[in-house]
Design a protein. Sequence first.
Length: 357
Amino acid sequence: MKLVIVKLSSIGDVIHTLPAVAALRRQFPDADITWVVERSSAQLLRQNPLLNRLIELDTGRWRRQWHSPSVWSEVVTCFQQMRAHRFDIGLDFQGLIKSGLVLYLSGARQRVGFETACLREKLSLMFLTDQVPASDDVHVIEKNLQLVRWLGAAHEGPYEFPMHIPDEDRQWVENRLRTHGIKEFAILNPGGAWKGKRWSPAGYAAIGTFLYEAYGLASIVTHAPDEQALAQEVVARCGESAIPLCCTLKQLAALADRATLFVGGDTGPMHLAAARGTPVVAIFGPTLARRNGPFSPEDVIVREERRSARAYYRREREDDYINVSEDEVRQAIKRRLTRVSQFGSHRLAQIVATPSR
């Protein structure tokens, strides 16, 4: 059987689809599985043990350069090669017109997606041959699992997030930690796709100071290349207890494996940390924590209650940082690290048992 998965973006969405694809691989160990993804979100899927192949699209460049004959040639060639695989079944985990069109153009004979009420863009149903009952009142990981259960791929036990993290990325992380003399640390990730999903730099700086004074934890302030100024602002306020770090997603995964704690908003790095099993304190504003938040019952979510999740698709109206207090986040960190100590779910639990100050 030849299966094609369409989940084009974003990083968090890709991560949240991995447990469903892991269930497919368990149910159909000999299946030929292809994933179609945007190049900007493909990094975590490269060399993935679940997949036979990865097809990367660059629809952003295609749209920007639509008038170029070379782009049209690339698009035609891409979908001709895709159709050559003669897929039996295609699964659209995204529910957009764009993802539905990609699935249709893949040539999959049977094209499966969510029921109309659970499609993000209802018109995408025109590209489907079958629709599966689903719910938007559960975590998106569970919604994705509902799609593969239709094929008989049941899920039991903890979620699985198979990823290939090269040894050189782990060594890169170890070298950075050694260079800065850091042994135990927390990750602070102040960035986000848009300001309404971010907490203030001053808030993160205060938390960095708190983590150092209360637990002796340094802070590694991670950021994307275009978020350098934001990270530098946090580090400048923290002083010597924090350093900025720009890294790839696979390097971030290796860093999360070594971290005592992750603090950040509804962003790809937070979802990656949760997938790696790092203790998480997540700060949520306009988006739905029950849908997108960390899924471990031990993790802690701090919400800004006054905001409506309806603003999720109206980003231009979200011009302010998330309005939660520093004390709310401090208390959330205390609760999360206490759970680390109680349940022994992290190898550095002794840090919590004997705070430095």
